[in-house]
Design a protein around this ligand. Structure first.
Ligand code: FES
Ligand code: FES
Length: 161
């Protein structure tokens, strides 16, 4: 099977690897680049576990071929931490609110919430639920996730004041 070079900027770093034409972006991130924070659930665009930010917008990396990502910028859950390696306000709020149980959905939830807060610094409950509506969680019932996103938004607003 022939492979193709794929050059991407991931979490601000230029990275490169070889991918078969049919390899998905999520497999490339995990198996070629070693970034295993992005999870694989349904593999057909339903669960949101594989969410990443692609050129500034959240996408499902199981629905894109790695070769389609050549030349583009990606943020994975590993890129959400602060520059000093500490948890971001969003990650910290998930921790504080117990917004995870098994944690399988958490990377995708964080990506969806990060994308929301990048556009809307003060989302109401409806906006948060709408933003994470495409991300399935089998454990939490979503309430603490919504609370965590709103707590993070508040802390981030206060941090800017
Ligand atoms: S693994 Fe991509 S949406 Fe479920
Ligand atoms: S914490 Fe288990 S699926 Fe969400």
């Amino acid at each position: 099977m022939s492979t193709h070079p794929v050059r991407v900027t991931v979490n601000g770093r230029a990275m490169e690897g070889q991918a078969e034409a049919r390899m998905t972006l999520v497999d490339f991130l995990r198996d070629v680049l070693g970034l295993t924070g992005t999870h694989i659930g349904c593999e057909h665009g339903v669960c949101g576990a594989c969410s990443v930010i692609f050129d500034g917008r959240p996408i499902r990396s199981c629905l894109m071929y790695a070769v389609q990502a050549d030349g583009h910028a990606i943020t994975t859950v590993e890129g959400l931490e602060g520059a000093d390696g500490r948890l971001s306000p969003l990650q910290d709020a998930f921790w504080e609110n117990h917004a995870m149980q098994c944690g399988y959905c958490t990377p995708g939830m964080l990506i969806a919430a990060h994308a929301l807060l990048s556009e809307n610094p003060d989302p109401d409950e409806h906006a948060v639920r709408d933003a994470i509506g495409g991300n399935l969680c089998r454990c939490t019932g979503y309430v603490q996730i919504v609370e965590a996103v709103q707590m993070a938004a508040k802390k981030m607003r206060e941090g800017r004041e």
